[in-house]
Design a binder for this molecule. Structure first.
Ligand code: ADP
Ligand code: MG
Length: 577
């Protein structure tokens, strides 16, 4: 075959492959066009999960009649004129590709009226070919109707998921945009049924409660953060609300819904050690940056962007999230008077088993070190709200039973010990005692593991290990931290690199935390281990000194509290009905 220029329809179909992957991509492009047109009311109607019909109607500024056919031709846009402007993009669209792409793979109708015209102009296009032009009565604004999507690309049609999946993608897309643009009134209908409706009042909390229900809206923590030219606004979940995946961690950057793994893990890191491993927060965050700080021209679907200064943004995001968490978190009571108040109610004859913990005393180094996480985060001092406990004994060689002024505590000895080791270790990593092994141990790792260990070696050395490379993928261990001396050194080393997720390592300070948490888990006393009375007491009193005594470093609870009130109710002594 000779080289030749592709006909326009073919080129458009190829481009459509990138821009229009599935029905929700059509909804996205059309809704973004409506937003760009200044609409304050956007109605979306979907039939048959978008395979039969997608219709988006807006009250924006419209398209002049003589520009209608231009709007559906390739590389035709009103939003960009010169290459320099690519770095100052203020609109969601700029590629001039969406309408042409969509029109090349569907039966397409575009109807639009500008305020200066008495009627709307209409064009109909099929598989990229103009069929008809006409005019009709309509209000100012634009209506796009996309019927029989992919009718001429059967391969694409085959790749679509079940209707329920395609439908829910559209639902969640519109939900997110409605939240991002509270000033716009959105309504979404699927097969004639109204799925979603917002008021356009501009109140984002109101949108949240309309979309997620009052209860969730009340629980979500508000984020409002400004630092130099970064502004972050939105909601994040409190520690008590988590999910099993990251799909509800949502970011908009300059009004654009984007996917960014690094940004997502920066947020997840802000919750590190506070929620359970394998659980994730939810977040709807709206980030504003100067246009020249973001390159949006990375991906045809514009779902990915590049940040000019990613580290500054990530650190701002973490500070924003930590601040919101701290402001509401039960880990950080505003005034810690509970110990004093409780003491007045102490049952007669109750004597503290441990020296009195001085709440907020300047040498509570555990609390101090919490503030130095990742170097970037400065927080007010945290103090714990745990009253003094008296250890009564061990249950099933796994739990400690303790009494406090406010009831009974069941303490998980393993989780508690993990927490204690974690805080002791972190509070003073530089002076952690190191114990020489009688004879050095050589450990051979898989290449992948070795690659993960290499960059964290300096951090590992900081806390008492003496490890050196010893030939390809092998390491020689000469010393281990004192408290880990009884564990098998080779296992310890493997634990260090276990299940490192590669996308979760951008923050030096948190890497160390993760490593410490892992080591602590390994060396902490296990469930099923019988402890002497002395060891039991020691564990409880060490736990009392922790800044965060109620959870282990992985976020699981260390204790269950049965309050006096609960006991009384259970025994029918009070408030029984
Ligand atoms: P882009 O959005 O990248 O410019 P599109 O193919 O999506 O490219 O749209 C082409 C042009 O059609 C836009 O630049 C805009 O001028 C016009 N347009 C599309 N949709 C609308 C709408 N809903 N209201 C007003 N103008 C629109
Ligand atoms: Mg567009």
């Amino acid at each position: 075959m000779k080289i030749h220029q592709l006909p326009d329809e073919v080129a458009s179909q190829i481009a459509a492959g990138e821009v229009v992957e599935r029905p929700v991509s059509v909804v996205k492009e059309l809704v973004e066009n409506s937003i760009d047109s200044g609409a304050t009311d956007i109605r979306i109607r979907v039939e048959g999960a978008g395979k039969i019909r997608i219709e988006v109607e807006d009250n924006g500024q419209g398209i002049a009649p003589d520009e209608l056919t231009l709007a559906v031709s390739r590389h035709a846009t009103s939003k960009l004129a010169r290459a320099e402007e690519l770095f100052q993009i203020q609109t969601l669209g700029f590629r001039g590709e969406a309408l042409a792409s969509i029109a090349s793979v569907s039966h397409f109708l575009l109807e639009s009226r500008v305020a200066e015209q008495p009627v709307a102009a209409r064009i109909e296009v099929e598989g990229g070919k103009l069929l008809r032009q006409s005019s009709t009565g309509a209000m100012t604004g634009t209506l796009v109707r996309v019927d029989s999507l992919f009718y001429n690309v059967p391969a694409r049609l085959n790749f679509l998921k079940q209707d329920s999946t395609e439908r829910s993608q559209i639902d969640s897309f519109v939900t997110r945009y409605a939240l991002a643009y509270p000033h716009i009134r959105f309504s979404l209908y699927q097969d004639g049924r109204q799925v979603l409706q917002t008021s356009g009042s501009g109140d984002r909390r109101e949108v949240l409660s309309r979309l997620f229900g009052l209860e969730t809206a009340r629980q979500m923590l508000g984020v409002l953060f400004e630092d130099q030219d970064i502004r972050i606004e939105g909601f994040i979940s409190p520690l008590a609300i988590t999910r099993s995946n990251r799909r509800e961690i949502v970011f908009f950057v300059n009004g654009r819904l984007i996917q960014d793994i690094a940004l997502t893990s920066a947020l997840v890191q802000a919750y590190a050690n506070m929620i359970m491993v394998g659980r994730y927060p939810t977040a709807y965050l709206f980030i504003q940056l100067p246009a020249d700080q973001v390159d949006v021209n990375v991906h045809p679907a514009k779902a990915e962007v590049r940040f000019r200064k990613p580290d500054i943004l990530f650190s701002a995001l973490q500070r924003a999230a930590r601040r919101a968490l701290l402001a509401y978190s039960p880990l950080a009571p505003e005034v810690n008077s509970s110990v004093l108040i409780n003491r007045q109610n102490e049952p007669a004859g109750w004597t503290p088993a441990a020296p009195i913990l001085e709440v907020g005393s300047p040498d509570e180094s555990g609390a101090e070190s919490f503030a130095s996480d990742a170097g970037a985060w400065q927080s007010p001092r945290l103090t714990n709200d745990l009253p003094l406990l008296r250890c009564l004994g061990q249950l099933g060689a796994t739990y400690l039973v303790a009494e406090g002024p406010d009831g009974l505590y069941l303490v998980d000895q393993h989780a508690a010990h993990e927490r204690i080791l974690f805080e002791q270790y972190r509070s003073n990593p530089t002076v952690v005692a190191s114990q020489q092994l009688l004879s050095p141990v050589v450990v051979h790792l898989q290449p992948g593991q070795a690659r993960l260990l290499e960059p964290v070696l300096p951090a590992v050395k900081q806390f008492g290990f003496d490890i050196e490379p010893f030939g390809q993928n092998s390491y020689r261990i000469r010393a281990v931290p004192m408290f880990a001396y009884s564990s098998d050194p080779a296992t310890l080393l493997r634990v260090l690199v276990e299940d490192f997720e590669e996308d979760e390592t951008p923050f030096e300070g948190l890497i160390v935390d993760k490593l410490i948490a892992r080591i602590c888990k390994r060396v902490a006393v296990k469930g099923g281990q019988v402890l002497s009375v002395e060891e039991q007491r020691r564990l409880i009193s060490d736990l009392e000194k922790c800044a965060n005594p109620r959870t282990c470093p992985h976020g699981r609870p260390t204790m269950i509290h049965l309050s006096v009130e609960l006991l009384e109710r259970q025994f029918g002594r009070r408030g029984a009905r």
